[in-house]
Design a protein around this ligand. Sequence first.
Ligand code: ZN
Length: 209
Amino acid sequence: MPETPQQFHARALAATDGQRRLTFGEIPYWEVFPFEAEGLRVKPLEDLTLPEPPRHGEGGVDCSACAHAADPAADEVWRNERWRVVLQGPGGSPLMLRAQPLAHHDLAELPDDLAAEMGVLLVHLTRAMEALPQVGRVHVARWGDGGAHLHLFVYARPKGMMQLRGTMMAVWDDFLPPVPVEVRDADARTVIRSLTLSLGGRALGVAAG
Ligand SMILES: [Zn+2]
């Protein structure tokens, strides 16, 4: 039998100290942990929030992604009949893009035909981005805690910077100096040209021309 939210929370709380703080365990000693352990501590565990508050665009109501279903937003760099790719940043990652369906779905409700297309799009996008000379690996992330309209972050780790491996790359993206806009835009053009050749669709915004 699965735990209830209350049982799960109570078990976590039982593992905390008198200030509701969990211990770090091994994490500060991970090679990829970006902070020095000295002085660092885990935040106190908060109470449950049930029901959870609605996310942006829940149920497609006032959804900013749906608002651009017909007219591409200024930061869109590619779309086909059912998907779009949006340019992020610039941040510390060499390139971060966001892929999402034009129609309002979250991951668990994505119809099978769109789910299959999502897989193909992510593979082609990853291949195009990993062909950039300064990219060591491309990560794909779906969190979805802020917005209800499915959006997948596809972002690059700089080649050779092994300290930036894995999950902490999302954090390093905020520490590293932002990539110059003209460099980011030129890389986006290169990636979208490659995507358009391999998968069709059309280049938009800074990726067009
Ligand atoms: Zn939507």
